[in-house]
Design a protein around this ligand. Sequence first.
Ligand code: FAD
Length: 396
Amino acid sequence: MTERIGIVGAGIVGLAVARELAATRGAEVTVLEKEDGVAAHQTGHNSGVVHAGIYYPPGSLKARLCREGVALLKDYCAAHGLPYEEVGKLVVASTHAERAGLAALAERARANGVPGIAELDALGLREVEPHAVGVGAVHSPHTAICDFPAVARRLARDVEELGGSVRLAHPVRGVRERAGGVQVLAAGRIFTFDRLVVCGGLGTDAVAAMAGRPGEVRIVPFRGEYYALQGAAKELVRGLIYPVPDPRYPFLGVHLTRTVGGEVLVGPNAVLALAYEGYNWRKFGNIRQILGWPGTLRLARQHWRTGIKEVRGSLAKGAFVRAARRYVPELNAPDLVRAPGGVRAQAVARDGRLVDDFVVDVHGNVVLVRNAPSPAATSSLAIAKHVAGIVPALVR
Ligand SMILES: Cc1cc2nc3c(=O)[nH]c(=O)nc-3n(C[C@H](O)[C@H](O)[C@H](O)COP(=O)(O)OP(=O)(O)OC[C@H]3O[C@@H](n4cnc5c(N)ncnc54)[C@H](O)[C@@H]3O)c2cc1C
């Protein structure tokens, strides 16, 4: 008998998992998505960068699945005629104090097998990005950009061509485990599956709670706001210009990124949001869940200084202009216009620790992707193989 597997969430991770399970296990997959289209949340609101694997601790899931994911994604885009451009990335040290961090990053990138890593001086970085300044940089020539929503749409087609279905406007409202299976209530209908895989991003904890599996880490939403360069200013950036990240945070700091659509984005910052889909300050619908998790208050207590800085930056365009000018001093305030932002689903542990690595939990017949922040879009095809490998096999 064919195995029936339900997947919650038609973001890039859920769709990649569905495709993998249909293709390699011959499972009959059904993706349940609450929105009217695929890629409606994180997958459709990000920087579009195919990360090369520079930042992640060697041996971590992020390090391994990012490298594997890049190779799979590059081939997938080529096979389906989707945009994929190796525009290259510079991680720029703007002070001598940042040089140690830069050297550590180069070492980590090499340990992770990132190809072509070079350490550049102030002149070398100008050869790559003629309008950038800094005292040194790490250059990753194969870091790329792509169109993640287009990849998600193509994955959804694959799922359907493999006999599965992607059901939009199907918010999951109830989950009940039964001997040997799982019942799911969505759009007024009960679906019966052998296994359920939850890839709900910002909505994961709600579905986990429905399944009676609240978990030891919880999603805390961090809004990422952007500006875009306009007019001739776009010509000042060829590829991707990033700061040396603060090792205390999984976020990479405000950067300049060219997109496949020809835009140049400045951002994202990282502001604690008070709604899971808190795309702006006016949304604060999930205060009880977010502040009710002990980890959120512990995190706030440990990092309140950075939090205040990020809030100030969120309210004032000047912070983005300063961040951009630090790397490209020819930029001026009128060159930057507000652009749509995104909200990151970042897991936080009970003790307030920002969970750095990807987290996938198996509970009986329910598999929960509990933490899939950046670079999960880059890594999605490899995450799918990893998840498919741990969805319990069916014994009839
Ligand atoms: C600002 C920002 C910048 C980023 N930049 C990059 C980058 O440059 N490169 C990179 O690799 N990654 C980046 N990321 C991370 C990347 O976007 C995410 O890691 C990735 O998209 C996660 O995919 P997902 O499918 O898990 O989540 P999502 O895309 O959020 O999908 C989850 C889906 O589940 C659905 N859902 C939730 N609850 C329910 C329910 N009850 N019933 C039915 N459906 C439900 C949601 O509607 C949603 O469509 C960035 C993220 C952000 C926010």
